[in-house]
Design a protein around this ligand. Structure first.
Ligand code: PLP
Ligand code: TYF
Length: 393
């Protein structure tokens, strides 16, 4: 059997980490994977998480199973974080704990495949590298809608609307709720209204991927599109990740929310989500859920979290400005758009050849598509990165 196994290609983003680790240069910079690093170049342990962890450890609880849908306190508090429209809305939402945003996407994809086996999935051009693979593996045919316009350095909203209008009824449309990965360009309020109009009139199914809540404009601002979808009366799904917003990458903590048209459907939806979970991994892990619940349910820790998340967001904004300035000092005067982009990434517009040159000649690692993680810059590596970009252009 196994002699037929083919070597699979490495993940285009995570694979870069392996090359980076082998690179012997001392001035190498990893701007590949989307991870926020502090000024000292290391992954932060948020203070709110540190305190929550101490409390949880001191509680010396045994390690029992969670329910299939996760830790009740976690699920309840994440629902309130996403939906602040009151109890009547919450009655329409089935929510489960998930293994990160990726796990939420996969449980949602399995659920949708069961429900709507012939539907297609549409993702943005470009999108997070794993979207296509994940929905393909879940059995869907994956197509794309226009999103990024290299000429405009922004979203081609007209193209996007045109492509969504041409989609068959029931098509699942994966949308980035905020901080679009990889481009850093989001829809504005008017654009979202147009998208929601097409989604409802063409009876499409929106699947909102929210992996960067709080990294764009703020915790509430970044989820505003969810309120707009609720107002439309549409049924939709949300994959929520806490990897970045709590710096809990390795805890694999997220949630899936499925919004039904009326409250009478919620219990049935939840029962089917539980089947998807049970037949994959039975039930989720406890620690990350306990940490997030402890932080969000304690007003003092929650306040610290809000402040720490704001600090990460503001620091990235500051790094964008610094990078633009340093590039200008190196003679690169047409990359000011970096300061306008949102979230962890900058879609630099550099070609694959330029990205390869950045990597091989200067030890600066970004994805072949030209994406760089601004959240991994610091005062020690930013000059080198600016010089390297100037050199390959
Ligand atoms: N969706 C998008 C758009 C992402 O950028 C990421 C990145 O990690 C994820 C989902 C997955 O998040 P997680 O690490 O929580 O699985
Ligand atoms: O886009 C990124 O870099 C993050 C991290 O298969 C990531 O979302 C990248 C690839 C992947 C899983 C997570």
């Amino acid at each position: 059997l196994l002699h037929t196994v083919q070597l699979a290609p490495a993940d285009p983003i995570l694979g870069l980490n392996e090359h980076f680790a082998k690179d012997q240069r001392t001035d190498k910079v990893n701007l590949g994977v989307g991870v926020y690093l502090g000024e000292d170049g290391t992954l932060p342990l948020l203070e709110c998480v540190r305190v929550a962890e101490e409390r949880i450890t001191a509680g010396r609880k045994p390690h029992g199973y969670l329910g299939i849908d996760g830790l009740p306190a976690f699920v309840a508090t994440t629902r309130e974080l996403v939906f602040d429209q009151g109890p009547a809305v919450l009655e329409r939402v089935a929510s489960v704990q998930a293994l990160g945003g990726t796990g939420a996407l996969k449980v949602g994809a399995d659920f949708l495949k069961q429900l709507s086996p012939d539907a297609k999935v549409m993702i943005s051009t470009p999108s997070w590298e794993n979207h296509r693979a994940l929905f393909t593996r879940a059995g869907f045919e994956v197509e794309e809608y226009r999103y990024y316009s290299p000429e405009r350095k922004g979203v081609d909203v007209d193209g996007m609307i045109e492509d969504l209008e041409a989609a068959a009824e029931g098509t699942v449309v994966v949308l980035h709720a905020c901080c679009h990965n990889p481009t850093g360009y989001d829809l504005d309020t008017g654009d979202w209204e147009r998208v929601i109009d097409v989604v409802t009139s063409r009876r499409l199914v929106a699947f909102l991927d929210m992996a960067y809540q709080g990294f764009g404009h703020g915790i509430d601002e970044d989820k505003s599109v969810i309120g707009a979808f609720l107002d439309s009366g549409a049924e939709f799904l949300i994959a929520q990740s806490f990897s970045k917003s709590f710096s809990l990458y390795g805890e694999r903590i997220g949630a899936l929310h499925v919004v039904a048209a009326d409250a009478g459907l919620t219990a049935k939806v939840l029962s089917q989500l539980k089947v998807c979970i049970r037949t994959n991994y039975s039930n989720p892990a406890k620690h990350g859920a306990a940490l997030v619940a402890e932080v969000l349910c304690d007003p003092d820790l929650r306040h610290i979290w809000v402040t720490e998340l704001a600090a990460m967001r503001e620091r990235i904004k500051d790094l964008r400005g610094q990078l633009v300035q340093r590039l200008e000092a190196e003679g690169v005067t047409d990359m000011g758009f970096i300061a306008d982009q949102l979230g962890m990434f900058s879609y630099s517009g550099l070609t694959k050849d330029q990205m390869v040159a950045l990597r091989t000649e200067h030890g600066v690692y970004g994805t072949d598509a030209g994406r760089m993680c601004v959240a991994a810059l610091n005062s020690r590596n930013i000059a080198h990165v600016a010089k390297a970009i100037a050199a390959v252009r």
